[in-house]
Design a protein around this ligand. Structure first.
Ligand SMILES: C[S@@+](CC[C@H](N)C(=O)[O-])C[C@H]1O[C@@H](n2cnc3c(N)ncnc32)[C@H](O)[C@@H]1O
Length: 261
């Protein structure tokens, strides 16, 4: 016998009614997803799926540029993205939304022009744009933005007029910005082993140059209480100070440091 159930079809943003019958689940737009496909989805605890013309697709892409696989992973909050199996946001004892809010809180009030050095799923850029005049966000890999196009939690990246999304290597892109162009910088790069140049003295000198006097930078580093986090942060703090930041303060709860210009 057919029955109606309420589920979320957009990873927790809204609720919809679907009809369950002998053939499977009928979505609000009339698409039928059969039992075999529903079973397949059910088996993938760390996968997200889209449905197109009644066929299911795992949200997963191979990046030619980085030679790695990206996939969307559900959490108790917004999804995160796995880069060859490694989550892009903190998910242990937290979720990507709380992770994002903790990072943004270190820069409050987030006003004026903001540079978000690494777009990812766009969560920090979207959150910053709620109070900033403008956010420029840079992503090196077009495949990441393709995933953003599928993730309902990233859509404001393309819809919010205050966000300018650029594709490029921020190591190069940053050299084109004027001195003191930004009042806040969100620097949330991949780990140092994957993106060493974004932790280099040369890049930090550019960060100081484009940050306005009185401005602030948040730099994600990782768990400051872990051995590797402590080691990485020691080098980061030293290089930020050498580059010209007047004060660098650890922010354990946000897994990073804040640097003042
Ligand atoms: C940790 S994620 C950023 C998460 C993001 N803040 C969010 O809220 O979803 C780091 C991102 O930086 C990108 N990236 C790596 N190297 C880069 C570079 N040189 N320039 C710009 N983006 C880069 C990666 O592709 C990845 O999407």
């Amino acid at each position: 016998m057919a029955r109606t159930v309420v589920v979320s079809l957009d990873l927790g943003r809204t609720k919809s009614e679907i009809h369950i019958g002998d053939g499977g689940a009928v979505f609000p737009d009339g698409q039928l997803v059969g039992w075999e496909d529903l079973e397949d989805i059910n088996q993938h605890e760390v996968g997200c799926f889209t449905v197109d013309s009644g066929r299911i697709w795992k949200v997963q892409l191979y990046s030619e540029m980085m030679s790695r696989i990206y996939s969307l992973m559900p959490t108790s909050g917004p999804p995160t993205m796995l880069l060859s199996g490694i989550p892009m946001h903190r998910i242990k004892d937290t979720d990507p939304r709380r992770d994002t809010l903790a990072k943004i809180k270190t820069l409050k009030p987030v006003t004026g022009q903001v540079l978000d050095t690494s777009t990812g799923l766009g969560y920090t850029a979207i959150e910053a744009a709620k109070s900033a005049e403008k956010v420029i966000t840079v992503e090196i890999d077009p495949a990441v933005l393709e995933i953003c196009g599928i993730n309902p939690w990233s859509h404001r990246l393309f819809e919010d007029k205050r966000i300018e999304s650029r594709i490029g290597d921020v190591f190069e892109e940053i050299t084109h910005f004027e001195d003191a162009a930004f009042s806040r910088i969100m620097h949330d790069p991949p780990t140092i082993s994957l993106a060493g140049r974004l932790y280099s003295a040369e890049f930090y000198e550019q960060l100081v140059r484009v940050l306005a006097p009185g401005g602030r930078l948040f730099h994600y580093v990782g768990d400051l209480t872990s051995r590797s986090g402590r080691r990485t942060s020691r080098g980061v703090v030293q290089r930020l100070k050498d580059a010209g930041f007047r004060r660098v303060i650890p922010r354990k709860e946000a897994f990073g440091v804040v640097a003042y210009r």
